[in-house]
Design a protein around this ligand. Structure first.
Ligand code: GLA
Length: 398
């Protein structure tokens, strides 16, 4: 949910994280990676100051009859003793590598693949009985410029080769992929008479239309016929944007392009109504029988900024400081309880993934500007926040 300026900042962060992860993880062409720390099964469950005990598997088991529950992590976090890794292993059953599967991490140079950091996360997740969401094969961010060079035939072949190489490398290990990420127009505030449904991106401009989406899904199905293929986008909780996402999905299905589901990032704010998010899920399942819904990047920011903050870093809401205001924690808990109560009644929802483990892990501490944010289910100390308690215990008084 960020504009280009904020994205540019994120790219820098992604680059830094990649450097850190390659420093501790290695690549397929360098020395063998440092052995991955095994989290001791005897680690005592964290007990919060209020006496709440986070039992092993509480979060994932609370939804075991409904959907899997995942989180995002980076390769440099999966070391023995890392608190976020420990919590991920204890509470979640799906992992999304936060950066390591993006094109600029996998193939910074055309035809040369660096699977080391992604392999490290994937193997760690599998060895901890978690599955992996592959994120993302096609995105207009974190993508080297060479992808956009040449004729349409050259662009298409290069894209198909990339998708085939990546999916074949992870064959049997990753069976769910965000094939395209954020392809819906962001010009949503003009209503339905804007420029949608296709987003004006480097991919769209290089090809001259949105055919690259079809190419990507067709190549993905051919490379891994059994994998679940997703289109994932942000702000689908906004009905204007969701209408355009629906138009793209409708178009794909009409053309026989293989798509299995829609991913809803759900980067929410404290004042986002849960009803909008649930309506997006319903839109998919009501119109497209058989399509799956995933929540792919859930978080709830404590800041409500004007557009100028995202566009140019100006007029951003002031930093709340290191302590989360209790009334905001309560609002976050209420919103997430309402959302999860709605999600469990919707059988098309097969996986719900939050974008990070502890509040300090979140990208929202840096975007759209550097501030302390509190968007996730665990606080900086690793204690379960009111939101986690509210979604796992209906008797918990918010
Ligand atoms: C988007 C992407 C994610 C991540 C976040 C910000 O939502 O899909 O991979 O980069 O932005 O961290």
């Amino acid at each position: 949910m960020v504009d280009i300026t904020a994205r540019q900042r994120l790219k820098l962060l992604a680059g830094a994280a990649a450097l850190m992860s390659s420093a501790c993880g290695g690549s397929s062409t360098s020395a063998p990676p440092t052995p991955i720390g095994v989290i001791p099964p005897t680690t005592p469950p964290p007990t919060s100051p209020t006496g709440f005990t986070l039992s092993e598997g509480l979060l994932r088991d609370s939804f075991r009859n409904n959907f899997s529950v995942g989180t995002a992590i980076t390769a440099n976090q999966i070391n023995a003793g890392d608190l976020s890794a420990t919590l991920a292993q204890s509470q979640f059953n799906v992992i999304t590598p936060e950066y390591e599967l993006k094109p600029d991490q996998i193939a910074p140079t055309e035809g040369e693949y660096n699977f080391g950091p992604a392999d490290r996360i994937v193997d760690w997740a599998l060895s901890n009985n978690m599955t992996v969401r592959g994120h993302a094969l096609v995105w207009h961010e974190a993508t080297p410029a060479y992808f956009y060079e040449g004729t349409n035939a050259q662009i298409r072949t290069r894209l198909e080769n990339y998708i085939t190489a990546v999916m074949e490398h992870f064959a049997g290990r990753i069976t769910v992929w965000d094939v395209v990420n954020e392809v819906t127009s962001v010009d949503i505030y003009r209503g339905n008479d804007g420029v949608g449904p296709d987003r004006d991106t480097e991919w769209f401009n290089a090809v001259g239309n949105a055919d690259y989406i079809d190419w990507a899904f067709n190549a993905a199905r051919a490379a891994a016929p059994g994998a679940q293929l997703f289109l994932s986008d942000y702000e689908t909780e906004n009905p204007f944007k969701m209408n355009w996402t629906m138009e793209i999905v409708r178009r794909l299905l009409e053309r026989g392009v293989p798509i299995d589901g829609v991913g809803h990032q759900f980067h929410l704010q404290l004042n986002t109504p849960a009803s909008g998010a649930l309506a997006a899920i319903d839109a998919v399942s009501n119109e497209f029988a058989g399509l799956i819904n995933h929540v792919t990047e859930l978080d709830v920011s404590f800041y409500q900024d004007p557009g100028t903050c995202w566009q140019s870093g100006t007029n951003c809401s002031p930093d709340l400081g290191p302590m989360a205001p209790p009334e905001m924690l309560a609002t976050q808990a209420s919103l997430l309880r309402e959302l999860f109560l709605g999600l469990v009644t919707r059988p098309s929802v097969e996986s719900v993934n939050v974008w990070g483990v502890r509040d300090n892990d979140s990208w929202l501490n840096f975007a759209p500007t550097q501030r302390t944010n509190f968007p996730l289910l665990f606080d900086r100390a690793g204690d379960a926040k009111p939101a986690l308690r509210a979604i796992t215990d209906q008797n918990y008084v918010i």
